[in-house]
Design a protein around this ligand. Structure first.
Ligand code: ATP
Ligand code: MG
Length: 687
């Protein structure tokens, strides 16, 4: 969904030079070693945020999860998770809730068996809800169709039979390279049903990115589509799939969904049409219970910082937490709510909060194929109005884009059905939070800022909408059953008011079980930094305010060191975005002989604001007022766009390259490579 705000797809061919990406990751690590002192004394403008938003009383009265959940979970964490696991159907009960004896390799619900597809589909049909809509699909050109749970069950069973007919069995890996269409969820669930491990590769990734992921996972089958609609034109996905499959010896068959109907190249020996094979299968299929630790999927992280890692998730613990958090954080009432997560299914948010979380809870959800500005910039709001969406989950990058487009647009639509808004992907600046609540949520809805990662599998830190008095910009506290803290570089928890590194100090059900094929990288990346304490190192900086609530500060790699002070990019960015003319800001620390680093800010203006001579000085003064002179950017550059990954995250290391006037590093995970030229052109260059 954050991917949905990409400006262009024309660069789909230049992603993933893994070697380069690796070199870059190392360079980053070295840069860190220099700048990472103790960031316990970062600035405190965020902590001066004093607006408070208690839950609406009607929501609090009927909330799925209430205050007591925290105490219940604290009293016995494992028993708490066992109770959440019992929300699912198990074919065989577990004999042990958690085996942590071989840490950091966890096993949850040991000995239990279950089937994820059965839990997401059959269970609801058996409970008499077969007629409930599971997915309202909205195509970009305006075509739409709705699938009930009974129809979804038939489709998943047929697809499972089709996979079996192709020789795919439990444990085999299947690559899925698909647009945002219902068959993508069907394909994932069909894999889960037979125990095949899916590896979804975002449709806008290049053939080379797909090839690398196929090779890493050793996938035997590739499921793709002829194409999809994007910004009014047809993307020929099959051509990319062909290029990747042709260079992938492990791929035996390519199963192709017809979405657009345009002419595609065809290899009779290898390619199979979905409508030929799947449609002719029986709609009956018996799902077998799989071990709780059976691999469910591999998903490569988005690569904001370096070479993508194949994050492995297994069945029982993952489904337990994806399902529980969706129920708790979105307060889903499956009979009446219409839920919409705008993420792409190729991102972990799509896995946990389009497929496994909502479907395991029997939700009715919207799935949208296209971009937010096709055919017009009010498309999202038109969809909310059309389906009477009640729960909306999107990303800060999208919210800031909407801010840039202006509040007149959403005001043209009836958004009164909305009762809860969510955010994920980056820290949300307090001003963007307020804009979202006011202009989309009509000033009524709670906003849940959810912190988590591909690696954590499900939401970890978030307000509970019926319990928490929210603070704009804060993810607040760990969910019931989750434990997180902020430590200094020696691993000692900081007191309230302090800042440092975010760590997870207790195992959780949906924790990654490893990096596919690379146990050493798993241990090195996440468990070596605070090995002595046994903490999971998340790689993000955070602060605890005086109440102990958590404020995420962005990646540890992005912390700046100016004249001996640690300054988080998030804080300076939030100060800039709090100025009425700024929609979005990205801040980096560029090398400076006297101060160590100097702050360079890149800003996008809100709709209706023009660049003018005094703007830079105005914004510098604004930051000084909000934070203090130490955080005043040396340079402020107005840009039309910022470099973002395909999951919508700002790639600050590229901006650092521009600010330091050196060759721009690896841009292979960038959504739109042309952006860097636009930005470079705005800067004076050294001779
Ligand atoms: P890579 O690990 O390959 O560099 P990535 O970290 O961008 O990629 P994801 O797992 O999709 O891949 O993103 C998780 C990260 O996103 C978190 O570590 C954090 O930096 C950021 N993030 C997600 N949600 C939030 C949030 N609510 N507040 C602050 N940061 C968030
Ligand atoms: Mg990450």
């Amino acid at each position: 969904g954050t991917e949905n705000t990409d400006t262009d797809d024309t660069d789909a061919h230049n992603i993933d030079a893994d070697a380069d990406a690796n070199a870059n990751a190392n360079a980053n690590a070295n840069a860190n070693a220099e700048t990472e002192t103790d960031n316990t004394e970062t600035l405190s403008n965020l902590l001066r945020e004093n607006r408070r938003f208690p839950p609406p009383p009607e929501l609090a009265d009927q909330a799925n999860v209430t205050e007591s959940a925290y105490a219940t979970a604290d009293a016995d964490r494992e028993a708490f998770w066992a109770a959440q696991a019992a929300r699912l159907h198990w074919d065989q009960p577990w004999t042990q809730i958690l085996d942590w004896s071989d840490k950091p390799f966890a096993r949850w619900f040991v000995g239990g068996t279950l089937n994820a597809a059965h839990n997401c589909v059959d269970r609801h049909v058996e409970a008499g809800n077969g007629d409930r809509v599971a997915i309202h699909f909205e195509g970009e050109p305006g075509d739409s169709r709705s699938l009930t749970y009974a129809e979804l069950k038939t489709e998943v069973c047929k697809a499972a039979n089709a996979l079996t007919s192709l020789g795919i069995a439990a444990g085999d890996r299947v690559a899925i390279y698909m647009p945002m269409i219902p068959e993508t969820a069907v394909a994932m669930l069909a894999c889960a049903r037979i125990g095949a491990v899916h590896s979804v590769c975002f449709a806008a990734f290049s053939p080379e990115a797909l090839r690398g992921r196929i090779e890493d996972a050793g996938a035997r089958l590739l499921i793709t589509a002829d194409g999809y609609h994007r910004r009014g034109s047809v993307v020929n996905l099959k051509a990319n799939a062909d290029e990747a499959a042709g260079a992938s010896p492990s791929i035996e068959k390519v199963l192709v969904v017809r979405r657009t109907g345009h002419e595609v190249a065809w290899d009779d020996a290898r390619d199979v049409w979905w409508h030929d094979l799947v449609d002719s299968q029986s709609g009956e299929h018996t799902a077998v219970g799989l071990d709780a630790e059976h691999p469910l999927f591999i998903l490569y992280t988005s690569g904001t910082t370096g070479k993508p890692k194949g994050i492995l998730h297994t069945t029982g613990g993952y489904l337990t937490q994806a399902s529980y958090t969706h129920h708790a954080v979105f307060d889903l009432k499956p009979e009446t709510d219409v839920y919409w997560c705008t993420a792409d299914v190729g991102w972990v948010t799509g896995h946990s909060y389009i497929v496994y979380g909502p479907l395991s809870n029997g939700a009715t959800e919207v799935m949208y194929e296209g971009t937010p500005d096709t055919p017009h910039q009010g498309r999202f709001w038109e969809i909310v109005q059309k389906y009477k969406v009640t729960l909306l989950y999107t990303a800060p990058t999208a919210i800031r884009t909407f801010m840039k487009w202006g509040s007149a647009l959403p005001a043209k639509f009836d958004l009164s059905s909305l009762r809860l808004l969510g955010s994920v992907g980056e820290p949300i600046n307090p001003e963007a939070w307020i804009w979202y609540r006011e202009n989309i949520g009509g000033g009524r809805t709670p906003v849940v800022d959810t912190w988590w990662q591909t690696e954590t599998g499900a939401i970890m830190i978030s307000p509970l909408p019926g319990v928490t008095e929210a603070k704009p910009g804060s993810a607040m506290r760990p969910l019931p059953g989750i434990s997180a803290t902020v430590v200094d570089k020696g691993g000692t928890p900081v007191p309230n008011g302090g800042g440092g590194y975010l760590v997870l100090d207790k195992p959780w059900p949906s924790m990654l079980r490893g990096i596919w094929g690379d146990p050493k990288r798993f241990v090195d990346t996440y468990w070596s930094r605070f090995a002595e304490q046994g903490y999971y190192f998340a790689g993000d900086g955070a602060k605890k305010d005086e109440d102990g609530d958590l404020w995420l500060l962005g990646r540890v790699d992005d912390i700046m060191l100016v004249s001996g002070h640690n300054i988080s990019t998030t804080e300076v960015e939030s100060a800039l975005v709090s100025h009425p003319s700024v929609a979005e800001a990205a801040v980096v620390g560029a090398k400076d002989e006297t101060t160590g680093q100097r702050i360079v800010a890149f800003v996008i203006l809100r709709g209706g604001n023009e660049e003018h001579a005094e703007l830079e000085e105005t914004l510098r003064e604004h930051v000084t007022k909000a934070i203090g002179p130490i955080a005043k950017p040396r340079q402020i550059i107005v840009v039309p766009e910022l470099p973002k990954t395909r999951s919508g995250k700002i790639m600050r290391r590229l901006l650092r390259d521009v600010a330091e006037d050196r060759a721009i590093g690896d841009t292979t995970t960038l959504a739109d490579s042309a952006v860097m030229e636009l930005i470079s052109a705005k800067l004076p260059h050294a001779e």
